[in-house]
Design a protein around this ligand. Structure first.
Ligand code: GDP
Ligand code: MG
Length: 163
């Protein structure tokens, strides 16, 4: 079956924008177990003929996406446990916040492979700023612009290499 790729990150970093760009078609499936999985949105992504199941842990209801560490544990933990690969999304404009460091520590403890994206890297200048996010200690940081598509192809290449 298709590998499961979970998109993790605090609110407003662009998780859903990235999800929509990677899924590319509006066929996202919302699991209909009431109260349990309403906060997770699934879709099929494909690149170079390979398919993967994507989960947007911010989900369909933005009010559930508070991004607090407690919510990361309760809402996204199942997705992290199930996932074959985590896409950890950061905001290249804002840089690494305290919550980002907490999520990073949680992801390291999970032992799952993590691919780090510095989103909103819409320009060369912002791409340079994204390099500072190496400080999170999760390896290479991929500057992308989910909204404009910048570097998303290279990011997908890196994604396939990790699957
Ligand atoms: P989420 O809460 O993590 O799911 O974030 P959203 O996908 O809802 O995006 C939050 C905000 O960031 C929205 O206003 C998006 O339009 C904006 N955004 C997302 N990706 C980009 C990007 O690549 N560049 C810029 N400049 N804005 C973006
Ligand atoms: Mg969202």
């Amino acid at each position: 079956s298709a590998p499961l790729v979970a998109i993790i990150g605090r609110p407003n970093v662009g998780k859903s924008t990235l999800f929509n760009r990677l899924v590319g078609r509006r066929e996202a499936i919302v699991e209909d177990k009431p109260g349990v999985t309403r906060d997770r949105l699934y879709g099929v992504g494909s690149w170079e003929g390979r398919h993967f199941l994507l989960v947007d842990t911010g989900g369909v209801d933005p009010s559930l996406d508070t991004g607090l560490p407690g919510d990361i544990r309760s809402q996204a933990e199942v997705a992290i446990e199930e996932a074959d690969l985590i896409l950890f999304v950061l905001d290249a404009l804002e840089g690494a916040t305290t919550v980002d460091f907490e999520i990073a520590a949680h992801l390291r403890r999970s032992g799952k492979p993590v691919l780090v994206a510095a989103n909103k890297a819409d320009s060369d200048r912002r791409e340079l700023a994204a390099a500072a996010l190496h400080e999170l200690g999760l390896g290479e940081v991929h500057p992308i612009s989910a909204a404009h598509g910048r570097n998303v192809g290279d990011f997908c290449d890196a994604l396939l290499e990790r699957l």
